[in-house]
Write a protein that binds this ligand. Structure first.
Ligand SMILES: Cc1cc2ncn([C@H]3O[C@H](COP(=O)(O)O)[C@@H](O)[C@H]3O)c2cc1C
Ligand SMILES: O=C(O)c1cccnc1
Length: 355
């Protein structure tokens, strides 16, 4: 069983060309809207539409727990994952605020929360229950999950992207909630890039230097014990990754198969995107990087994907918040193509060729 769409659609160069020509006819010096113009052309190529549209966006928040939380690698206890799932359904988290702001279709998908959800949460209409297992195993003691479980979590992510496309969403933001998932993401990033853990491990929710040294040692010991193979991304995901990370990778891949522009959030989402790109390299064409996270490993993950994010806003939250903050830039790029007057419409002279 595989959820990896093969092949993905190709970027549409004709739609990109038409968008580019339209931008050049707008009432502005050529290229004067900088990266916004390149974004507009990129969106046209992804959607195969000269006039792309990214609204309404889908926001998918995948939640799961991590056995490695037992090693004291996070500033918060594992129970916070379930509590935050309840908070998402109640509409009280940061991502809820941005989802309301942008008229997004928000879903919270439980792919492996270990602690029981507070009363009333499990049957809340915003929550989709797709639990593969009750959190991963502690990667110090064994593989985080089996390959089959990693594929099941990817498939759950893929189904969420299918629902978003079927509901008419025009872009996709994937976010996550899972205490200790910066540990899993750091381990996975080290495994896939071969870079030393010291250069990519960070404070996550906010641990002190002593605990940070411990977190680094935990990851180094886990990598030595598990020996993930960088040439086997699914295997690395299973041995040191996470259920919500797998689900994000699956959602991105299926989202791309529907030509949805994919806005990538911070450190954890970017590591999920890296796994997905290792499984299907042409996914990279569909990714737009929302922001640069404060988590130090994000820089390396971005480099591994040759990515330059839109915003640098010192966020270090996750949930999809950095991608949601970047969404208005994509929306502006689309509106620019669709709504602005051309030189012809406005009766303004173009630059003369002979100066
Ligand atoms: C209340 C709260 C809300 C969050 N929303 C996202 N995260 C973020 O923090 C966690 C990763 O950091 P670490 O690896 O240090 O545990 C993830 O759940 C991530 O989404 C949160 C964390 C907390 C505590
Ligand atoms: O960048 C992120 O995604 C991030 C950073 C710290 C904690 N949680 C998420």
């Amino acid at each position: 069983m595989s959820v990896i769409p093969d092949p993905l659609p190709q970027l549409d160069s004709i739609a990109a060309e038409r968008a580019m020509r339209r931008l050049d006819r707008l009432t502005k010096p050529p290229g004067s809207l900088g990266r916004l113009e390149r974004l507009a052309v990129e969106l046209a190529a992804i959607q195969a539409e000269a006039l792309p549209r990214v609204s309404p966006p889908a926001m998918l928040v995948f939640a799961a727990d991590h056995g490695v939380a037992a090693e004291g690698v996070s500033a918060f206890p594992q129970a916070v994952t379930a509590q935050m799932v309840a908070n998402f359904t109640a509409g009280g988290a940061a991502i809820n605020v941005f989802a309301r702001q942008h008229g997004a279709r928000l879903e919270v998908i439980d792919v492996g929360v270990a602690t029981p959800l507070p009363d009333g949460t499990a049957d809340h209409p915003l929550l989709v229950s797709e639990r593969v297992r009750l959190g991963t195993a502690n990667m110090l003691e064994g593989d985080a999950m089996s390959r089959d479980e990693a594929q099941q979590a990817m498939a759950a992510g893929g189904r969420a992207a299918e629902r978003a496309a079927a509901a008419g969403c025009r872009s996709l933001i994937v976010g996550e909630m899972g205490i200790a998932n910066t540990t899993a993401s750091s381990a996975l990033l080290a495994a896939l890039t071969g870079k030393p853990v010291a250069g990519l491990v960070g404070p996550g929710t906010g641990i002190d230097d002593e605990r940070l040294a411990h977190k680094r040692a935990v990851i180094e010991r886990a990598l030595a014990a598990r020996q993930p193979d960088p040439a086997d991304p699914l295997g690395a995901l299973a041995t040191v990754g996470g259920l919500e990370i797998a689900a994000m990778a699956g959602a991105l891949l299926v989202g791309a198969s529907h030509r949805l522009p994919l806005i990538v959030d911070g450190f954890i989402a970017t590591v999920a995107a890296l796994v997905a790109c290792r499984l299907q390299p042409s996914l990279r064409d569909f990714l737009i990087f929302g922001h640069r996270s404060r988590e130090p490993g994000h820089e390396l993950a971005l480099q591994a994907l040759d990515a330059r994010p839109l915003l640098d806003f010192e966020l270090r939250l996750g949930e999809g918040t950095g991608a949601a903050l970047a969404f208005p830039l994509l929306d502006s790029a689309c509106r620019l193509l669709a709504e602005r007057a051309t030189f012809d419409d406005a009766g303004i002279e173009t630059a003369s060729v002979d100066g």
